[in-house]
Design a protein. Structure first.
Lengths: 202, 152
């Protein structure tokens, strides 16, 4: 199999990382076709598997938000998916409904007992599998805000988080923004600008 | 009420195959392949790769309807090569290209991290271009940098 193939002696595509951090990467991709760069972008957005809450069983909800509203917000909570390869898809699993091999159970029980407004955040979610817990930036991070409680309000629920891809629902998308740019000076003339008299105005 | 299940975008139902070929009777050495539960992500890549092959005379793809999750790719080759063979070769080349890309990426991450570590250990710390990740201006230099959670 000739890897150089259509590229001659270049040896295929190459990558040059410009900056790299915990949640952001900026790199230059060269010696490859535009369709590959676009496919990479599309796959990053839609087809990289992640773990997100998929089913919510609500035992008590006396908050101001509706059950389905809270369930939707819970679905959007980001869950640490670095070990997602170890989890199976529920539809591929041999169990009948769901099991620890194909899902993660998270529970939450918050009750507001004093006069101050209590904020329920993703920190209140307790995961049955510590490898898959809601993401926190650092130890001071309060977590994603879910609902605010007044005195007497209570929220008790059980969530099942499953592996999935963003093609099924955007909550499973691992990225917040992907963009790529090519030919910044428009040398390929893929873009036609407006001009009054002559193209040299561009 | 009428919305189809979202997993229909990528789960193939029983009985259907991923790839189906239909030989074109009117044009020599031409065939149309129907690939189920795939979209422009794969279609455009395959088409572009086929066009690089000198044995391919015609290559084009389309998604016939956005609500039906499949695409058609039509290939015509020179006499002597079967369109199916050209498609297979294009697929293999793409797989090896992506593998090369993956390896080069992993290597570049390691190169980038060691480069950053080397810069960080220089006396009189210069600016990090991984900015917000470490934020350890005063706490001294920790080579493991707890802020980073890259573990390729």
């Amino acid at each position: 199999m000739d890897i150089g193939g259509s590229y001659g002696t270049l040896g295929g595509p190459s990558i040059n990382i410009r900056s790299l951090s915990k949640d952001h990467i900026d790199f230059i991709l060269s010696d490859t076709d535009l369709s590959v760069a676009n496919a990479l972008r599309r796959v990053m957005i839609a087809e990289v598997p992640t773990v997100a809450i998929d089913m919510v069983e609500i035992e008590t909800n006396t908050t101001v938000l509706a059950d389905e509203f809270i369930a939707h917000r819970l679905g959007m909570v980001p869950i640490d998916s670095r070990d997602v390869e170890k989890l199976r898809y529920t539809r591929d699993c041999t169990c009948s409904q769901y099991c620890p091999e194909c899902s993660v159970e998270l529970t939450m029980h918050v009750k507001c007992t004093d006069d101050r407004t209590k904020t329920v955040t993703s920190r209140d979610l307790i995961s049955s599998n510590p490898t898959f817990a809601p993401v926190l930036q650092d130890k001071n991070d309060a977590g994603v805000m879910l609902v605010k409680l007044r005195k007497g309000h209570e929220l008790k629920l059980k969530c099942i988080a499953k592996k999935g891809v963003a093609k099924e629902h955007a909550k499973w998308s691992p990225v917040s923004g992907v963009a790529f740019e090519y030919d910044p000076h428009n040398k390929l003339r893929h873009t036609q600008y407006w001009f009054e008299e002559d193209e040299s105005e561009w | 009420m009428n919305a189809p299940d979202r997993f229909e975008l990528f789960v193939i139902p029983e009985g259907r195959r991923k790839v189906e070929m239909e030989v074109d009777t009117k044009i020599p050495n031409a065939a149309t392949f129907k690939i189920e539960r795939e979209d422009h992500t794969l279609g455009n890549m395959l088409r572009a790769q086929l066009l690089k092959d000198p044995r391919v005379l015609f290559a084009g793809y389309k998604v016939p309807h956005p609500l039906e999750h499949n695409f058609l790719i039509k290939v015509q080759t020179v006499p002597g090569t079967a369109p199916g063979q050209a498609l297979k070769d294009a697929t293999s080349e793409l797989i090896s290209e992506i593998n090369t890309l993956k390896n080069k990426f992993d290597m570049d991450v390691i190169r980038h991290r060691t480069f950053e570590d080397a810069k960080a250990t220089q006396p009189g710390m210069g600016a990090f271009d991984t900015g917000d990740a470490s934020g350890q201006a005063g706490s001294g230099l920790d080579p493991n940098r707890p802020g980073m959670d890259l573990d390729f």
